[in-house]
Write a protein that binds this ligand. Structure first.
Ligand code: GLC
Ligand code: MG
Length: 530
């Protein structure tokens, strides 16, 4: 393979801007805060940051309801703050990826205000307006992802508009060329400022069925599932025409040198890989959420990695994700001990890893008192456990009242153990989760086998995973114990001497022989011949 590109060899770190660093005491993170913490990310070893939305927004869906695509919400600062943050990031060699939210705007966006003002407004067709069904009800059975119908009645103009998420997030009509042109100009606005790429929100949603057919019932739906699961999203998303739109987006990206596109996609493997596009003219990285969706089971994961590698189109670059702002924290899902093994897996697999802020200090689910709930999904469908606030709590920097995050009252609470679980304390502890992340990131950068080498799964039993990474002379074996019992694992090939490169326990106590390694409970190791 030729020299890997930055987004292939690099590691992406996701910042949820409300929760990274507050600089003005309002309890909400902001751009000046991010700028002040870039040195930390450089120290940690990240190569790029992806920042969730920072645009002007009524915050009905904490910023995923955009009222102006080419400006900064005052809560986060100004365009000058943005430019200063970007310049500092680039000085440190960090790339900056913005969140692009093309499927829907805020209902406060001027485009939608115009669109809803009358049936004859030139922007009417920028959104998805439909007449009622013959019985006067919603045009079809499409649901909102946050519960209830996806259709909102608009009394003054006598039609419904479609919203895949909140009614405050009307879907744009991407079949309209004027919408596409306007949104491509948004991309150019940020690319021209020097942004290195975009993570595209719900990219598989952009095009809906042109006949608005009813979605079929989901046979696996249970009454305590969230509403959206009652029907299979067959006609409301992942339509074949979406790929032509993404190819156009990609052309815009390619007008600028060295930029990239990530697509947010929750689809089964065979659908996911189509988002690389024909001749790889789609997203550079269709987000691969299989580690989030899979049970923490070695045999399952083993098979899943193999199937993913096999399904990639020729030249398609893999990527892996353990968590994001929509998902339960990894340490919550699999426990603190296994979260260390997961970190080693994420950072030794082939392809670009994306880290979620706070996972490097092992943040778990932070309980949110009922009167501090923000997430609209939790408010719409309480009690189902869909709330996302527990994974969006502020970063914990030091053992102080505001955890070094804020001098005011944080918008969401800290974890109960924030005086121990914070960057300042964990930096001093050579055995901490933070130290493990830093060691792994350092290793990944310095070993060709990890950054760009080939991947081969090796046979292993029970709760263990074993694979090889290889590039020229650089050869590594990764052996992971996903179980809570010790496990003696046979090493591949003829018996030969092996050297410990790194253990998730961050000590030297692993017993290695010429033909086997004794993995301790919840231990992962990286070995090299020698
Ligand atoms: C994406 C975002 C999520 C948001 C939704 C609607 O899934 O990650 O946070 O609520 O899109 O924009
Ligand atoms: Mg602030």
């Amino acid at each position: 393979m030729s020299e890997p590109l930055w987004w292939q060899s690099g590691v992406v770190y996701q910042i949820y801007p409300r929760s990274f660093q507050d600089s003005d005491g309002d309890g909400i993170g902001d751009l000046a805060g991010i700028r002040a913490r870039l040195d930390y990310l450089h120290w940690l070893g990240a190569d790029a940051i992806w920042i969730s939305p920072i645009y002007p927004s009524p915050m009905a869906d904490t910023g995923y309801d955009v009222a102006d695509y080419c400006a900064i919400d005052p809560v986060f600062g100004s365009l000058d703050d943005f430019d200063a943050m970007l310049a500092r990031a680039h000085d440190l060699g960090l790339r900056v990826i913005l969140d692009f939210v093309p499927n829907h705007t805020s209902d406060q966006h001027p485009w939608f205000r115009e669109s809803r003002s009358s049936r004859h407004n030139p922007k009417r067709d920028w959104y998805i307006w439909r007449d009622p069904a013959p019985d006067g009800g919603a045009p079809n059975n499409w649901r909102s992802n946050f519960g209830g119908s996806g259709w909102q009645w608009d009394e003054p103009t006598g039609q419904y508009y479609y919203h895949a998420f909140l009614k405050e997030q009307p879907d744009l009509n991407w079949r309209n060329p004027a919408v596409r042109a306007a949104m491509y100009d948004v991309l150019r606005f940020w690319l021209g400022r020097g942004v290195d790429g975009f993570r595209v929100d719900v990219i598989w949603h952009l095009i809906k069925d042109d006949e608005f057919r009813d979605n079929p019932a989901n046979p696996d739906y249970r009454p305590d599932d969230p509403d959206i699961r009652e029907f299979l999203q067959v006609w409301s998303c992942d339509r074949p025409e979406v790929h032509a739109v993404i190819a156009e987006m990609r052309e815009v990206i390619d007008e600028y040198a060295d930029r990239m596109l990530i697509g947010e996609i929750y689809l089964p493997l065979e659908r996911l890989v189509t988002y690389y596009g024909e001749n790889l003219a789609g997203a550079h990285l269709p987000f691969n959420f299989q580690l989030i969706e899979s049970d923490w089971n070695a045999r399952r994961i083993h098979r899943m990695i193999r199937e993913y590698e096999a399904a990639l189109p020729a030249g398609g670059w893999p990527n892996w994700v353990l968590g994001n702002h929509d998902q339960p924290r990894i340490a919550r899902r699999i426990g603190a001990d296994q979260a260390r093994v997961a970190a080693m897996l994420l950072l030794t697999l082939r392809g670009t890893p994306t880290l979620y802020y706070g996972d490097e200090i092992g943040l778990e689910r932070v309980p949110i008192p009922p009167d501090r709930v923000h997430d609209p999904w939790e408010k719409n469908e309480p009690g189902l456990g869909v709330g996302r606030d527990p994974s969006r709590t502020p970063m914990q920097w030091e053992a102080a009242d505001g955890a070094g995050f804020t001098t005011g009252r944080p918008w969401l609470p800290f974890s109960g153990d924030h005086r121990e679980r914070n960057v300042a304390v964990m930096r001093q502890d050579p055995g901490s989760m933070l130290s493990l992340y830093r060691r792994l990131l350092d290793l990944r950068r310095s070993r060709a086998a990890l950054t760009a080498g080939s991947y081969r799964t090796l046979e292993a039993e029970g709760h263990t995973l074993l694979f090889e990474r290889h590039d020229g002379d650089d050869e590594l074996i990764v052996a992971l114990n996903l179980g809570r019992e010790p496990h003696r694992l046979a090493l591949p090939g003829e018996p030969r001497p092996w050297k410990l490169v790194l253990s998730t326990h961050l000590d030297e106590a692993t017993r290695i022989e010429r033909h086997q390694v004794d993995l301790r409970p919840n231990e992962g190791v990286i070995l090299q011949p020698g």
